[in-house]
Design a binder for this molecule. Structure first.
Ligand SMILES: Cc1cc2nc3c(=O)[nH]c(=O)nc-3n(C[C@H](O)[C@H](O)[C@H](O)COP(=O)(O)O)c2cc1C
Length: 297
């Protein structure tokens, strides 16, 4: 285990640990204007939802390496309105291009080859190519470094209230829900790495009811060398263990006979065989039958 005290490192050295471990981070592709109406477009991965009543987004432009506020922040101090556009895989290279240090007043919609569409409620335009765009009013800008607000890396927390939103029809499934495969989101990781939420990278975890908890799983199961932490999580999310009657009925159904035979005549270790079967059942989210299998001895 590497234990690090941030006070022992330069801020930009500790930053590498943070961005390599806190991720994938969503990307706010922020469109702003200055007091003269000049448009700016830049990505920010210090970004998230900060509540939905009212619908609120936050993102954090940091002071750049020269000790200057980024153009996005300067614009927001002049015009407190922003469109936060969501970035998907189809846009990643063009989005990245806009993050270069262009002069103030340069329109990164043009540099990145994006299409600007006028917004309904705010002055900055939105990005036509984005699967979703949020028109926001800036409610607060909070300097994060109380001691040295202008030192490189010091953040300014921008708190934004969504006042209008736009979603491409193509991201919805037949039931009208946003389909993660269709929206094809990306996330920012450490160094130059990104993640794409597509294929096997997208998976579901059933929302649990109050379960028995991993701590009450019998030690012989909890300490299994076959069951993983994720397997134990599924077992611990189950709310009530099968009754002795259910376990007897399951055994008497004959479904485990092959396993019992294999243990008896093939000199296999019975708990391991049962744990292997339970593991497969858990992979299919058949938690009840996994419990019946595990409790069969
Ligand atoms: C994917 C991505 C995420 C970024 N996230 C941030 C961030 O959260 N905060 C920040 O200050 N800069 C971030 N940057 C760097 C800014 O986009 C970059 O400094 C840009 O030039 C700022 O533009 P501006 O000066 O026009 O506002 C990010 C860059 C990329 C490519």
């Amino acid at each position: 285990m590497r234990t690090v005290n941030p006070a022992d490192l330069a801020p930009n050295e500790f930053y590498r640990y943070m961005i390599g471990t806190v991720g994938p981070r969503p990307i706010a592709f922020a469109s702003t204007v200055d007091a003269h109406g000049n448009i700016n477009l830049s990505p920010f991965s210090f970004f998230n939802i900060a509540g939905y009543n009212p619908p609120t987004l936050i993102f954090i432009p940091t002071i750049n390496r020269h000790g200057h506020k980024k153009h996005t922040l300067l614009n927001l101090e002049e015009v407190g309105e922003v469109v936060i556009n969501i970035v998907n895989y189809a846009m990643v290279e063009q989005m990245s291009l806009t993050s270069a240090e262009f002069e103030r007043g340069i329109n990164e919609f043009e540099k990145g080859g994006f299409t600007a569409i006028p917004s309904d409620r705010v002055r900055p335009p939105r990005v036509a190519e984005s699967p979703a765009s949020y028109e926001c009013l800036v409610r607060q800008i909070i300097p994060m470094n109380q001691r040295a607000a202008d030192s490189p890396g010091a953040g300014h927390l921008v708190i934004c209230e969504i006042v209008m939103a736009h979603f491409q029809e193509a991201i919805f499934d037949e039931k009208g829900l946003i389909d993660p495969h269709r929206i094809d989101l990306i996330g920012r990781m450490g160094a130059d790495w990104y993640a794409r939420a597509q294929g096997d990278a997208v998976f579901e975890v059933a929302r649990p009811k109050v379960g028995i908890g991993v701590d009450t799983i019998p030690a012989s199961i909890r300490n299994s060398t076959i069951l993983s932490g994720n397997d134990l999580g599924k077992l611990g999310s189950f709310s009530t263990l099968p009754t002795p009657e259910e376990i007897s009925a399951y055994k008497e159904s004959g479904i485990l006979n092959d396993i019992f035979d294999e243990a008896r005549y093939g000199c296999q270790y019975l708990p391991d065989l049962l744990h292997l079967r339970a593991k497969k059942l858990l992979a299919d989210n058949n938690v009840k039958e996994a419990w019946l299998t595990l409790l069969a001895i």
